[in-house]
Design a protein around this ligand. Structure first.
Ligand SMILES: [Zn+2]
Length: 314
């Protein structure tokens, strides 16, 4: 995602979603959450930041991968596709660049679910395009969780969780499986272990935080199209398992400084465990996601700019 400011959300649970079945089969809307760091050809942080000379090319590469997923979804039987722009200020995708069958959700801040805004229990399947590894993952391109400036370490029940884990848990709570994820090789290997049955497309290999080797975009798009078609076909066939969810979510974050941790305690029930460590316990994936997004918006007021981009606030 990679963001910095906005307003905290509240915390009220959503009901558990319905079991998979007939309802989803008649709906056939596919939900696409599109990030940028995991797109082929994107290696350096500069490319992901509005205002750099690299950014226009990066957003075009992102749109092309999203369109490949839309085409594959339609091939597989989707009747409509909602594309949620999920990177930075969430206005990277230009409406005219998208496939005509796609409906674009654009703008920031998206309260309450950000990268998952607009998902509905009736949706058939979720596709993560251009995703990336959690903060602290070695050998993975542009690894971070929701913000590279704000969360040095983010865990749920002691395990490192990334954006894919938080977002997939919310989808599962609503009764929607995640059928496809694309990103670098390390991300894809990890997400395939975390989300049973998911299709993945490794579009590049990381050789450092700002270094990767990518397949050619045309080959990547073809693979994404095929994988999206397969994910939708499998969803229609009822062949995608729902992610198993924990009974409760002990969410812990390490902030970059004490000031950011101070502000996080404004979110009710947030405990201060140490100088920079905060914790909040919730009963739902919805609550866990709102916790992190609430902290994100609060801590953003005290976090430093990004060291590799002068004045960068990503
Ligand atoms: Zn992003």
């Amino acid at each position: 995602m990679l963001v910095h400011a906005g307003h905290p959300g509240g915390d009220h649970g959503v009901p558990r979603g319905p079991a998979r079945g007939l309802r989803s089969v008649v709906t056939h809307r596919v939900y696409v959450s599109a990030d940028l760091e995991g797109v082929a050809g994107v290696s350096h942080l500069r490319q992901t930041m509005r205002g750099t000379d690299d950014y226009p090319d990066a957003r075009a590469l992102m749109a092309a991968e999203v369109n490949a997923a839309v085409e594959g979804a339609l091939d597989g039987g989707a009747q409509s596709v909602l594309v949620n722009d999920a990177h930075g200020d969430m206005t990277n995708l230009r409406a005219a660049d998208l496939h005509p069958a796609a409906v674009l959700l654009s703008g920031w801040p998206k309260v309450p679910w950000a990268m998952m805004q607009g998902i509905e229990p009736a949706d058939l399947v979720v596709c993560f395009i251009g995703y990336h590894s959690p903060a602290g993952t070695g050998g993975s391109v542009l690894e971070h969780t929701f913000s590279s400036r704000l969360f040095m370490d983010l865990r749920v029940n002691g395990d490192v969780w990334g954006e894919a884990e938080f977002n997939a848990a919310l989808a599962a709570e609503l009764g929607v499986p995640v059928g496809l994820a694309t990103g670098d090789g390390v991300f894809c290997a990890a997400v395939a272990e975390r989300i049973p049955g998911i299709e993945t497309v490794a579009v590049k290999q990381g050789f450092g935080y700002n270094v990767s080797s990518s397949m050619h975009p045309s080959l990547v798009r073809e693979r994404i199209r095929v994988a999206a078609r397969r994910a939708v076909e499998r969803a229609i066939a009822g062949d995608l398992p729902l992610l198993a969810l924990p009974e409760r979510y002990v969410v812990e974050a390490t902030l970059p400084n004490g000031g950011a941790a101070d502000l996080c305690t404004l979110l009710p029930d947030t405990e201060r465990l140490g100088g920079r460590l905060v914790r909040r316990v919730t009963e739902t994936a919805d609550g866990a996601l709102r916790t992190v997004l609430g902290w994100l918006h609060l801590a953003g007021a005290q976090a430093p700019g990004h060291p590799t981009i002068p004045g960068g606030r990503a």
